[in-house]
Design a protein. Structure first.
Length: 465
C-alpha cells in the first residue's frame, strides 16, 4: 500500500466517497479496483493514462501510486502531435483507459472498475516518481515534470493544515484531471485527508451549486463565471471554503464572490514543478490580490535582477524562489532545462515576479517571461503554439502572445504572416487538433510583417491584440 494515500479513513466509508461525473465509488471499491490494476502494472517503467474526468482516471492514478509505477496523465483533448511527444518522451510502456486512442502504438489496458484485489504491494520509497506531468515552457514541446511521492505528501499535508481540511469536508470541483490542481489537490488531496470528493465533470457554476460541498476549488475563470450566475453563487453560501488558484484572481471577482456568497475566497499559489507552496490560511487574513504565506516546510525568497535579496516591504518586486520538500525531481530527459531552473544554492527559480510585505504576505505581480501564457488557468508556451502554426503550409511567420481577457485572464492571440489563402478558423482548428484544444489561439490577426528589432527578433511588446 502507498503511504501517500491509504484505504484507512477516520470517517466511515460511503458508497459515494468519490464521485466523478456522476459515477460514485466507495473507498473500498476504489482501492479494490486500483489494487487489482496495480497487480497488473507492477514493475512497469511508467504507464500513460488518457486522463479524462472519470472514475477510471482516479482508479488508474491510484493504481500507479500503489504499485510504485509513475503515471503519465495525458490530456484527453490532446491532438496527435502533443500526444505522440508525451507518450514517447515519458517512456510509458502501456496506455491505460485508451478510449478512442487506438493509434498510439502502445499496448492498451482498460480500467475495470469492478475488479477487486486485496493483494499487498511493497510501499514505494518516498523518492519514487508518482506522476510525470507535462507542462509548457516558453519554447519547444511540453516537458515532463517528475513529481515524487514525498513531494505530494508534503504539499498535501501543508495545505491540510493551512485550510483545516478534515475528513468531514466534502470537496467539490470540476477541474481537469491531468494537472496539479485537479489531480493532485482535487483527487489525491481528498484521498489523503479522507474527505469525500465530488468531481462535477465540468466546472460549471450550476454543477458547483448543486453539489452541496464544504470546500470548492476553481481557477479564476471558474470563479468569474460563478459571479456571473448569481443564483449558483448564492448556493455556495453554505460552504466552508472557496479556494482559487492556478492564475491571478482579479480583485473585482474576489469582491463580487464575497458579496454573493459571504465568503472571502482563499487564494493559493503554485506550479507544477513546486506543487502548492504559498496559501492564505483558513484562519488567516484573506486580502484580495494576495496569495498568503508559505505553507509548512516551504521557504521563499525574493531576488532582484542583480541577484540581491529584496526587502519585504510590499513594494519591491523580485523573482520568487522556493526551497521546499514539495519540489519536483527535474524535467524528464532535460537536465539542461532542469539546471536552468535551479540557483547555485539549490533554490527553484519560479519565473514569477512577486512582492512580499512585512507580515510575509505574498503577492504575485506577474511572470518574468511574456512567452508563458496563462489562459483559463492553463499554462501555454507561446513557442509551442508558434511552432504548430509554422507547420501549417500557409503560414510564413507567427508570433503568439497572451492578451488580457475578462473571462480567461489571458487569451491566446496569434499574429500571422500568411503566404496563401487561409482563414482564421482553419488556423485555430489546426492548432486545436494538433496540440490541445485548450492551446488554440482564440483569435488570429493577419499582418503583412511582424515587428522586429535590428537583430531580427520579434518585438512582442509592439504587438497589441
Ligand atoms: C472549441 N472547442 C473546440 C474548438 N473550439 N474543439 C475542437 N476544435 C476547436 N477549434 C470545444 C472544446 O472541445 C470544448 O468542448 C468547448 O469547445 C470549450 O472548450 P474550452 O475552450 O476548454 O472551454 P472554456 O470554456 O474556455 O474553458 C474554461 C475552463 C478551462 C475554465 C473550464 O479553461 C479549464 O478547465 N481550466 C482549468 C485549467 C487548470 O486546471 N489548470 C491548472 C494547472 S496546475 P467540450 O465538449 O469539452 O465542452 C497549476 C498549478 C496551480 O496551475 O497553482 O494550480
Ligand atoms: P502551471 O505550470 O500550470 O502549474 O502554472 C504555474 C503558474 O501559474 C505559476 O508560475 C504562476 O505564474 C501561475 N499561478 C498559479 N497560482 C497563481 C496565483 N494564485 N496567482 C497568480 N499566479 C498563479
Amino acid at each position: 500500500m502507498s503511504a501517500l494515500v491509504s484505504l484507512d479513513s477516520p470517517v466511515p466509508d460511503r458508497f459515494d466517497a468519490v464521485t466523478v461525473a456522476g459515477e460514485a465509488m466507495s473507498r473500498e471499491a476504489l482501492f479494490g479496483a486500483a489494487t487489482a490494476l496495480a497487480d497488473r502494472i507492477a514493475g512497469a517503467r511508467a504507464v500513460a493514462l488518457r486522463a479524462d474526468a472519470s472514475s477510471a482516471t482516479v482508479v488508474a492514478t491510484l493504481a500507479g501510486l500503489i504499485a510504485g509505477v509513475p503515471v503519465v496523465p495525458v490530456p484527453p483533448d490532446s491532438g496527435p502531435l502533443e500526444r505522440a511527444h508525451i507518450l514517447s518522451d515519458s517512456g510509458a510502456v502501456l496506455l491505460l483507459a485508451p478510449g478512442p486512442w487506438t493509434d498510439t502504438g502502445l499496448p492498451t489496458m482498460p480500467v475495470d472498475l469492478t475488479a477487486r484485489s486485496a493483494s499487498t504491494h511493497r510501499e514505494p520509497a518516498p523518492d519514487t516518481t508518482a506522476l510525470i506531468l507535462y507542462t509548457s515552457g516558453t519554447t519547444g514541446p511540453p516537458k515532463g515534470v517528475l513529481i515524487p511521492h514525498v513531494a505530494i505528501a508534503a504539499g498535501l499535508d501543508g495545505l491540510t493544515e493551512a485550510w483545516a481540511w478534515t475528513p468531514d469536508d466534502v470537496l467539490v470541483h470540476g477541474l481537469p484531471l491531468f494537472h496539479v490542481h485537479g489531480l493532485v489537490l482535487g483527487v489525491l488531496g481528498a484521498l489523503r485527508v479522507g474527505s469525500r470528493v465530488v468531481h462535477t465533470g465540468r466546472p460549471t457554476p450550476a454543477a458547483y451549486a448543486q453539489a452541496g460541498g464544504s470546500m470548492y476549488f476553481g481557477v479564476p475563470t471558474v470563479w468569474s463565471r460563478v459571479t456571473r450566475d448569481e443564483d449558483s453563487a448564492r448556493a455556495l453560501t453554505s460552504a466552508r471554503l472557496l479556494v482559487s488558484g492556478s492564475a491571478p484572481l482579479p480583485v473585482p471577482v474576489f469582491e463580487r464572490l464575497t458579496e454573493l456568497t459571504g465568503h472571502r475566497p482563499i487564494e493559493r499559489y503554485g506550479m507544477t514543478e513546486t506543487l502548492i507552496t504559498v496559501s492564505t490560511r483558513a484562519d488567516g487574513e484573506r486580502r484580495p490580490g494576495f496569495v498568503g504565506l508559505p505553507i509548512a516546510g516551504v521557504r521563499t525568497r525574493l531576488v532582484g535582477e542583480d541577484g540581491s535579496a529584496c526587502p519585504y516591504d510590499g513594494e519591491t518586486v523580485g523573482e520568487l524562489q522556493i526551497d521546499s520538500p514539495t519540489l519536483f525531481q527535474g524535467y524528464l530527459n532535460r537536465p539542461d532545462a532542469t539546471a536552468e531552473t535551479l540557483t547555485p544554492d539549490g533554490w527553484f527559480r519560479t519565473g514569477d515576479v512577486a512582492v512580499i510585505d512585512a507580515e510575509g504576505r505574498h503577492r504575485i505581480v506577474g511572470r518574468a517571461s511574456t512567452d508563458l501564457i496563462k489562459t483559463g488557468g492553463y499554462r501555454v508556451g507561446a513557442g509551442e503554439v508558434e511552432a504548430s502554426l509554422l507547420a501549417h503550409p500557409a503560414v510564413h511567420e507567427a508570433a503568439v502572445i497572451g492578451v488580457a481577457h475578462p473571462d480567461l485572464g489571458q487569451e491566446i492571440v496569434a499574429f500571422v504572416v500568411s503566404g496563401a489563402e487561409v482563414t482564421e478558423r482553419q488556423l485555430i482548428d489546426h492548432v486545436a487538433s494538433g496540440l490541445s484544444v485548450h492551446k488554440r489561439p482564440r483569435r488570429v490577426v493577419f499582418v503583412t510583417e511582424l515587428p522586429r528589432n535590428a537583430m531580427g527578433k520579434v518585438q512582442k511588446k509592439l504587438l497589441t491584440g
